[in-house]
Design a binder for this molecule. Sequence first.
Ligand code: PNS
Length: 163
Amino acid sequence: MATVLYPGSFDPLHLGHVDVIEQSVALFGTVVVGVMHNPTKPSGMFTLEQRTDMIRASISHLPSVEVIAFQGLAVDAVKQVNAAFIVKGLRTSGDFEVEQQMAHTNQAVSGVRTVYLPCKPALGSISSRFIREIAQYGGDVTSLVPAPVAAEFAILFPSPRNT
Ligand code: PNS
């Protein structure tokens, strides 16, 4: 068994992310969820602290998972927590293109490897971006996110559908 780092922006965590965390626990043992800034997504809806709190509340059924917010590079976070490698979830071939480029670059600059896990097909269309968009316009995202995240959206965007 190993410790692995699952980095992401998690703005917010959704059920596809939870699936990857659960798969990682089953396969590798200990998972550090690294809440990080994605330089290609400059403005977040939730602060790193809010995201971290929501993830902790959502994975409380998984004792071998730790949630930490990191500044800087994912490969430095790997070394900081003594992880064996990075884990990433794949939904589509589009994800693969982006992830493969990051994995190659991370390995080239640090030697840190990345392992991909395909998410459950039923969860393959969920994205944090669409969740933010739906919630902002008063839509119901409760089928896409864990209950603690849905509760946070209900506070942020009170609407008849969310109360
Ligand atoms: O959930 P996301 O937004 O797809 O996660 C992307 C994330 C945060 C894992 C990526 O942007 C990242 O690794 N950020 C930390 C900075 C870093 O290591 N950059 C080098 C990438 S090769």
